[in-house]
Design a protein around this ligand. Structure first.
Ligand code: FES
Length: 123
């Protein structure tokens, strides 16, 4: 179970910005995808809200700052988590990213991750 204000190390800033690094972190019920778009680093839930497929293989639009699920192309704003394209209607959880020196950290709340779609382990 995640403690209050858990802070998870995601990797080096440079790897996200120059190598399109994508990292999935786990803390309690939280499954978090960390990735970069348009020179910024974001942390959002790793499960699509249409069906609980992983978003790690999703497609990033660097101009709009959106992440599109590679299964049915539902879209999300990386900044707000809002669903932007059907069939997704429910938002993704968004996590606070902290840059400390040259490393990326993600702040994870102690509250359980929201359930926005029936969860099962589908990869
Ligand atoms: S599973 Fe992601 S859009 Fe359908």
């Amino acid at each position: 179970m995640a403690g209050a204000g858990d802070r998870l190390h995601a990797g080096a800033v440079e790897d996200f910005l120059t190598r399109d690094e994508r990292v999935v972190l786990h803390s309690g019920e939280h499954e978090i995808l960390v990735l970069a778009a348009a020179g910024r680093i974001f942390a959002v839930g790793n499960r699509c809200t249409h069906m609980p497929m992983q978003l790690r293989q999703g497609i990033v639009n660097h101009d709009s700052g959106e992440l599109f699920c590679n299964v049915h192309m539902g879209g999300f704003s990386l900044a707000t988590g809002a669903a932007t394209t059907l069939p997704c209607e429910l938002p993704l959880p968004v996590y606070r990213v902290e840059i400390d020196d040259a490393d990326v950290y993600v702040r994870v709340p102690s509250a359980p991750a929201p359930r926005t779609a029936p969860h099962r382990d589908v990869t």
